[in-house]
Design a protein around this ligand. Sequence first.
Ligand code: GUN
Length: 295
Amino acid sequence: MFLLDGKSLSKKIKSTLSKKVEEILSIDHRPPHLVAILVGNNPASQTYVSAKEKACDEIGFKSSIIRLDKNISQEDLINKISEINLNNDIDGLIVQLPLPKHIDEYSIISAISVDKDVDGFHPMNLGKMVIGESCFLPATPYGIITLIEEYGIETNGKNCLVIGRSNIVGRPISILMSRNSKFANATVTLAHSRTKNIEKLTEGADIIIVALGKPNFINKEMVKKGVVIIDVGINRIESNKTKSGWRLVGDVDFESVKQKCSFITPVPGGVGPMTIVSLLKNTMLSYERKNNLNI
Ligand code: GUN
């Protein structure tokens, strides 16, 4: 069994990005700038946004967090987004999800400039992804594809089971894995909460990508020998072994499944760091496009 080590790969990519920033600064350009809008005080969202800010700091990107009250109106939020869209000193804009219930997510995502949508959630970017045009890929699927490429995982003609159909992970990764390209060409099945007999599907899968948010959902009885497992889940469970009283686990029972896998992502340290670094790559891409740089 080999670990798909997102932590070390993300470090390598960050170091490349950091060198690019040094080159940018050496020719008297400003650094790339990522803005995150955080509405309300969802603790998980706060943690994710802080992690993105820290990663920007590490590689020399400028980052700003705009914290807005949970009761902000949809109109005021869209006005804020429009202001950022027009600011030439900002390269990437993300609005952390989920949003409060009174705000329509689709309207907000659609208000972000397609050229600054480094999350790749705008319908134009998603549409381009579907037809294989150049676009910002959503960060988590982009991170998964990067891991697969780095470790040279054979995907051609393989049965790839994606579990979870969210717009952020499951649906886009199912499209990317079925593309006609080197580290794709898989036969993809997209399973979700209404899927029947999921064990039948997991047993037949060569590659399983699971993004469900259910701790230890996949166990060793459900998978075949040699399977590749990509675990997108990040779940907090109680633990009497840690000071905090909780620990992070994925959607896969790692200890039981690992003996049967050819490759598996750990949680933490697998897909999570790759998501953040993919967002940084998209921000750099936006910056380069805007400044006609190809560093
Ligand atoms: N909420 C959970 N994941 C994400 C993400 O990748 N981007 C944004 N904007 N919100 C999220």
